[in-house]
Design a protein around this ligand. Structure first.
Ligand code: ADP
Ligand code: MG
Length: 251
């Protein structure tokens, strides 16, 4: 669905991504993890067509991503950036409505999708609030509602849970899982290894601008690898109810 072909990104004299190649599949949640500065957001921006690679290319649904018009892109992929800043007095509802601009659907259908998306992100009660007055977590959920309302086959979410309380972290990722079940290609940058372990079909670990591991959470999350990449001692055990890997820092 979304393919990175030998991507290099150089900013100034710094090589930020060094030969990154991967296939991101429909019907899968793939998470990008790795320490600060690993290149996750840069890869994410290249996949979203927000950054043009210095070399290599991104192919979306069989077509080079730079050949899409903005409107075509908006119908194919929705992007939740790491920091969303809105400098104007829009209501939450207006922000979410923007997601329907590129669609040719009827006003009734749009209204239904918007209400449904506000509900799923649990921001329905904030519908008429000025987004500039929201807390970080509320803003993040409003952005997530916008992404849901875009109803695209590809979703790119950069740290969607970073500002969220426990319940809403799980809520966002359960929503992602539901989209995956309906066939979406979901790519999520996550810092919380335990959330990644619980919700990913596939984990791509990055370090120093490269992919250093790619596989199921069970494959990728070994204590040796995490300790080497994050320079932090951990034990990896099994989650008592979810059965997925559970990563705990030690010392
Ligand atoms: P991550 O999301 O994994 O934390 P990023 O992709 O944001 O990492 O950044 C990767 C590296 O590139 C970091 O070391 C960052 O400081 C560096 N970087 C990002 N943007 C620029 C830039 N415009 N010029 C130079 N270095 C940059
Ligand atoms: Mg980042």
């Amino acid at each position: 669905m979304l393919v990175a072909e030998d991507i290099h990104v150089t900013l100034g004299s710094t090589e930020i991504l060094n030969s990154v190649s991967t296939h991101l599949n429909a019907g899968e949640i793939t998470t990008l993890i790795g320490p600060n500065g690993a290149g996750k957001s840069t890869l994410f921006a290249a996949l979203a067509a927000d950054v043009e690679p210095t070399a290599g290319r991104v192919v979306l649904d069989g077509q080079s991503i730079e050949t899409y018009t903005p409107k075509e892109l908006a119908l194919k992929r929705a992007v939740l950036p790491q920091d969303q800043v809105v400098r104007f007095s829009y209501s939450v509802e207006e922000i979410v409505e923007l997601a329907r601009l590129s669609h040719e659907t009827s006003p009734d259908e749009d209204a239904q999708i918007i209400t449904d998306s506000l509900d799923r992100a649990e921001v329905e009660h904030l519908r008429l609030r000025d987004v500039q007055t929201l807390s970080g977590g509320e803003m993040s959920r409003a952005g997530f509602a916008r992404v849901l309302a875009q109803t695209t086959p590809v979703l790119l979410l950069d740290e969607p849970t970073a500002a969220l309380d426990l319940r809403h972290q799980e809520l966002v990722l359960r929503n992602a899982r539901q989209l995956r079940d309906f066939g979406a290609c979901v790519v999520i940058v996550l810092h919380d290894l335990n959330l990644a372990a619980a919700y990913s079909d596939r984990v791509i670990m990055m370090a120093d601008g490269r992919i250093v591991a790619d596989g199921t959470p069970e494959d990728v999350f070994t204590s040796e690898r995490i300790e080497a990449v994050y320079r932090q001692p951990v034990v990896v055990t099994s989650h008592p109810t979810r059965g997925c890997p559970l990563i705990l820092s030690t010392d």
